[in-house]
Ligand binder design. Structure first.
Ligand SMILES: Cc1cc2nc3c(=O)[nH]c(=O)nc-3n(C[C@H](O)[C@H](O)[C@H](O)COP(=O)(O)OP(=O)(O)OC[C@H]3O[C@@H](n4cnc5c(N)ncnc54)[C@H](O)[C@@H]3O)c2cc1C
Length: 384
């Protein structure tokens, strides 16, 4: 990934929004357990950064995916990962399949307002009984005339309390096997047959995460993304963009936490000298910085291949796996160096520690990434 003047310009635009429109408010949003997402996304939409790689006909910039990575890296500087998660769902998790496979009519109705920041989207894959094994999803969309009638549930869905629509993975067929019976369908959520309840979480306090029930929700069949039965495949492809976004912003967020820890331990005195002045600290800092750079190098390799039209399942999964491990271990190691201060709720490192745990679970747990890597290595059979 070569950084051009255009990448730098985008970086400055995003950094400006993070600095002025997000970071001054994140403590308040964390406390309120809510982000004013419609207002924030509107502002970001007006700045033109919600559709960086999306087609220009629907308000996007049609830039290659390396620009989305620059966007994700700058979003990693948000001082509460709940915000970058919420925005990432809009830009890189709920919209890639819609942008690639949706009809023009569907993209006009749902993608254009998402890029403009006028509608909030969410992605509905996980269910009460189905998480890591996406093929076991149970929500069902049966055909009735020109409509689908959808029943089922979706669990742990980011943005879903405020969202206007869900890109929902449903079964549309009793037969055909679990990888060929699924379809992605755009489902407006302001329907009385949809009920939503907010969940309380360990971290990402400002981001809303919901449990939703769909009780015979009727949508026209033209709300289907692409072909019926291709939903599993589209979702697996969509996951690649989600995972690269997650890696990019996590690398930046870990680097920021590292820098803050260096700063704190440089001025904190114990035994008559800065805490940083212990060799054990130097080696740990070098170790963490090296891990971040290694994950970033792997990500950039994946992005180069992806922007050239190549397949990146193996590399994106490896990068997601590596940052998943780092995001579980590094915040704990850094918090240790803050001593009792690190344990205080108002201290940002404690938020980093809570927020980062999700990286090893969401969008495919670490073990699922390892499973995918093994399939790509030929150790495990691929799905039929
Ligand atoms: C805050 C938050 C936000 C989320 N946002 C969304 C969202 O917007 N949309 C959405 O669809 N989902 C979302 N999720 C769901 C998330 O993607 C799932 O939690 C994740 O995929 C894991 O599924 P699960 O929780 O059902 O865990 P399970 O499938 O029950 O797995 C539990 C654990 O078992 C282990 N495991 C699972 N399979 C294997 C295996 N094959 N080999 C070895 N070990 C294994 C892993 O350690 C895993 O963590 C969110 C979750 C959280 C917590």
């Amino acid at each position: 990934m070569q950084e051009t003047p255009e990448h730098m310009e985008l970086r400055r635009t995003v950094a400006n929004i993070v600095e002025n429109d997000i970071n001054p408010f994140v403590d308040e949003w964390e406390e309120a357990e809510a982000i004013p997402l419609h207002d924030l996304l509107k502002k970001m939409g007006q700045a033109g950064i919600l559709g960086i790689s999306k087609p220009t006909e629907f308000g996007g910039m049609a830039l290659d995916y390396s620009y989305e990575i620059v966007f994700a890296e700058e979003m990693g500087k948000v001082k509460a990962q709940g915000v970058s998660t919420a925005v990432g769902v809009q830009t890189n998790m709920s919209t890639p399949a819609l942008a690639q496979y949706g009809s023009d009519e569907l993209r006009q109705e749902f993608l254009a307002p998402a890029i403009a920041g006028e509608m909030i989207g969410c992605i509905g894959v996980t269910e009460e009984g189905s998480g890591s094994d996406v093929s076991s999803v149970r929500s069902f969309a049966r055909k009735d005339g020109a409509d689908y009638v959808i029943s089922g549930n979706k669990m742990f869905i980011t943005n879903s309390i405020q969202a206007d629509w869900m890109c929902m993975l449903c079964n549309t067929d009793e037969d055909n096997g679990p990888h060929r019976n699924k379809t992605l369908i755009m489902v407006p959520l302001n329907d009385p047959a949809v009920s939503r309840s907010q969940l309380k979480k360990l971290g990402l306090h400002c981001s809303d995460t919901g449990h939703l029930h769909f009780d015979e929700v009727r949508v026209p069949q033209r709300y289907r993304i692409g072909e019926e039965g291709m939903g599993f495949k589209y979702q697996m492809e969509q996951f690649q963009e989600e995972r690269m976004f997650s890696v990019a912003r996590t690398c930046t967020a870990l680097e920021m936490a590292l820098e803050e820890t260096i700063e704190y331990t440089r001025q904190r005195i114990a035994f008559g000298r800065p805490v940083l002045d212990n060799q054990v600290m130097h080696y740990k800092m070098a170790d963490i910085q090296s891990q971040i750079e290694a994950a970033r190098a792997l990500l950039y390799r994946a992005v180069d291949i992806y922007t050239a039209g190549g397949e990146v399942t193996k590399l994106a999964s490896m990068a997601k796996y590596l940052v998943g491990v780092m995001a579980s271990e590094v915040p704990s190691q850094l918090l240790q160096f803050w001593g009792g201060q690190g344990f205080m709720a108002e201290n940002r490192i404690s938020r980093v520690y809570r927020d980062m745990k999700l990286v090893a679970i969401g969008g495919g747990a670490n073990e699922v990434m390892q499973q995918i890597i093994c399939k790509e290595m030929g150790i495990l059979p691929r799905r039929s």
